[in-house]
Design a protein around this ligand. Structure first.
Ligand code: F6P
Length: 324
């Protein structure tokens, strides 16, 4: 192993820069030549691969986004795109690839590693926290904190006007973000993809609030829930429950930006450091993840196919109990 490249792919997540920094510096410390690939897999195809030194990653630890840029690259799903990517790596004698991203990123990495024998290690970087093998994914903690800050602000105006707010949060198929932000912001209800709550139940919960002298309410809507977006849900609820003046806020991409929390900076540093060290030891086709405060390996196969990162039962129960 002489030359390693790193890329970020899929949705950006706070802490990716801390992780890139750790990968580059750990590699250089161990005498390897390090490369950064721009725009994820697209940069592999376009040969946008740059040599990096220790100073290439100076002063980025605290920055959100990714200095390597990112993309959701369709061309890499085609054989032609993969072959071009391989040729570009081979021309630079790059024999190891570290990918930071979510399940789409790992799917690409797994196919690429299997087909061309390139050493591949994945680092879970997504605000969604939806990968098996890591208790937390990079960016999730920051996103949760960003969302809580936003909901706190909405709470002020909801309370002042005696309003009902539906707040839509990200998490493509996973309710992790919604569940945690609901608890931390004291939301009255939460709609999750993993757990069905009928609109009837939701309205009954809101009515209970009114009957017990709540003057305003907040409902967190996870984007992957089965009733659709926050506007649709607000409309349906309004048809049957007219007590409140109702408003909708979709937090959108502000949830993905911002300076990473201390937790994400440390997680990114640990995962980046571990990814390079594991690759040096000869590991490939693995994901490095945090499990019970230890860095552990999980095969990319398992990370992609096991979906037992279910929402914690106690947290689910708490959303009902603590919001009465
Ligand atoms: O996977 C991260 C995520 O932010 C999801 O929560 C969301 O569904 C999706 O990415 C949005 O993707 P894009 O930025 O491409 O619209």
């Amino acid at each position: 192993l002489k030359n390693i490249a790193v890329l970020t792919s899929g949705g950006d997540a706070p802490g990716m820069n801390a992780c890139i920094r750790a990968v580059i510096r750990t590699g250089i410390y161990n005498g390897l030549n390090m490369f950064g690939v721009m725009q994820g897999y697209q940069g592999l195809i376009d040969n946008n691969i740059k040599p990096m030194d220790a100073r290439s990653v100076s002063n980025i630890l605290h920055m959100g986004g990714t200095i390597l840029k990112t993309a959701r690259c369709l061309a890499f799903k085609e054989e032609e795109g993969m072959e071009l990517a391989y040729k570009n790596l081979k021309a630079k004698d790059i024999d190891g690839l570290i990918v930071i991203g979510g399940d789409g990123t790992f799917t690409g990495a797994k196919r690429f590693g299997e087909k061309y024998g390139v050493n591949v290690i994945g680092i879970p970087g997504t605000i969604d926290n939806d990968l098996y093998g890591s208790d937390f994914t990079l960016g999730y903690d920051t996103a949760v904190n960003t969302i809580i800050e936003a909901i706190d602000k909405i709470r002020d105006t909801a309370d002042s006007h005696d309003r009902l707010f539906f707040i839509e949060v990200m998490g493509r198929d996973s309710g992790c973000i919604a569940l945690r932000t609901a608890i931390a912001s004291g939301a009255e209800a939460v709609l999750l993809p993993e757990k069905e709550t009928s609109l009837k139940e939701l309205i009954s919960k809101l009515k209970d609030g009114v009957n017990t002298k709540k003057s305003s309410s907040i409902v967190i809507v996870s984007e992957g829930n089965k009733y659709g977006g926050a506007y649709d849900i607000a409309k349906s609820v309004k048809r049957k429950f007219t007590h409140y003046d109702t408003k909708v806020t979709i937090l959108g991409h502000l949830q993905r930006g911002g300076s990473p929390s201390g937790f994400d900076r440390i997680l990114g540093s640990r995962l980046g450091y571990a990814a390079v060290n594991e690759m040096i030891k000869g590991e490939t086709m693995q994901m490095v993840g945090l499990r019970g405060n230890e860095i552990k390996l999980t095969s990319l196969e398992e990370a992609l196919n096991i979906h037992s990162y279910k929402l914690e039962a106690d947290l689910l129960e708490m959303t009902h109990v603590l919001s009465i």
